[in-house]
Design a protein around this ligand. Sequence first.
Ligand SMILES: [Zn+2]
Length: 296
Amino acid sequence: MFNVMHKYGFFVVLACLLVSSGRGAERQLPIAPLAGQQRVADIDYRLQTQNTALCAEPAFMPSFQIADERDTRVFLTLTDGPAAAAGLRTGDVLTRINDHVAAGQNISDLIDAALDKSGDVALTLADGRALHFTERQGCGFHIGVEPGQSLNSYADGENGNLTTALVKFTINDDELAFIVAHELAHNYLRHKERLDKSHVTHGLLAMFGKSAGLIKQTEEEADVMGLYLMARAGYDITKIPSFWARFGARTGTDILSDGTHPRTKARIALAEATIAEINTKRGTGARLAPNFYPQR
Ligand SMILES: [Zn+2]
């Protein structure tokens, strides 16, 4: 879990893993994203900026990330984002952000302040370049990557993470987009709020009774909504039933299922039914959103 989570969720903890020595030394070290981090960031960005119409509260999304709230270096830029288009690159050092001197400031707060206003960002870099660009709107969520050997992912209401193992398990961007979209869907659908209100038990007791049923319902909704978010962002939803088959074969959820997650066969069937539903809606021009999703 992240210890410090800003509005747009910079990789505070991951940065700690990348820069192990003291603050003075860390500024001299090169920085590099974790394996898969760029792909996940790009997919997260595309899914959100293509699904702004479904957001309860649209927000300007940063198209670049810093590694630490006090680090003036650019950690990564989103491949198709306005920052990259304006010329911003990993390793660039920020000296001014919208007329504020960056050194010694909380960089995350400066970026948040720029985005809260209008999405217009003006950056001055240590090499003298001045860049100006306007960010796009998304839902203000952030899905990232964390080191991990198990095939896991989670969402906490605003943000979420996939393990590096899960990123590696996917065989194309469509499968990876589905996992990111599934976690985003939990946030779009405010599942954490719903489960908290229902006092759902997490952990061992969640395997039984009411809690298991409620968690399973949120999982099914996230599976459905994830496919809609994918489809609206132009990903290939027909790749997902075979993803579930591979995932089930690897994780053995049919044998070990604890009742909180649907079984593999049910997930495949739900994916196929949802794909058919999406295709029908595309044909008729109906709103491309799950039937249970509220009108915005
Ligand atoms: Zn889920």
